[in-house]
Design a protein around this ligand. Structure first.
Ligand SMILES: Nc1nc2c([nH]c(=O)n2[C@H]2C[C@H](O)[C@@H](COP(=O)(O)OP(=O)(O)OP(=O)(O)O)O2)c(=O)[nH]1
Length: 128
């Protein structure tokens, strides 16, 4: 069964939160929307809430899906789903990332994003 990875899009004052990965080697230094792999039995929303608690010390709820596609990476094939989130409690901190940044969607591609995230950045800047 293909695994699913959820990635959270948190927007504040026209900027979105991104994290710089510390691992694995192929992805270290690249920027992502914080999230991770869905575990057995979890909904997408539950998985994303768990990842944000573990990696950022923040409580979020999911508002809706932004983007979905199938991916091939050095870590295997999976479905990547980007979900818009709303912050309930806690200020995100880089508990597992090298750094966090708040970036305007139009400026995201100035960072070395994970290649799979470039279309998500494009979706965020597309006119509604
Ligand atoms: N978190 C996250 N992962 C992404 C994004 N885009 C993208 O291609 N990926 C890839 C990188 C990884 O191969 C995979 C997610 O793995 P992960 O390492 O974040 O997941 P995890 O926290 O559950 O980690 P682990 O338990 O497997 O070590 O998805 C993104 O925006 N956010």
């Amino acid at each position: 069964m293909m695994r699913t990875v959820v990635a959270g899009i948190l927007e504040r004052e026209g900027r979105v939160l991104v994290g710089q990965r510390a691992r694995p080697a192929w992805a270290a230094g690249q920027w992502e929307f914080p999230g991770g792999k869905v575990e057995g039995g979890e909904t997408l929303a539950e998985a994303l809430a768990r990842e944000w608690r573990e990696e950022l010390g923040a409580e979020v709820e999911v508002w809706g899906e932004v983007y979905r596609r199938e991916l091939d990476t050095p870590a295997g094939a999976f479905t990547l789903v980007a979900l818009r989130v709303h912050l309930l409690a806690g200020e995100p901190r880089p508990l597992e990332h090298r750094a966090l940044a708040w970036v305007a969607p139009a400026d995201l591609t100035r960072l070395p994003l994970l290649a799979s995230n470039v279309p998500i950045a494009a979706a965020l800047t597309a006119p509604a």
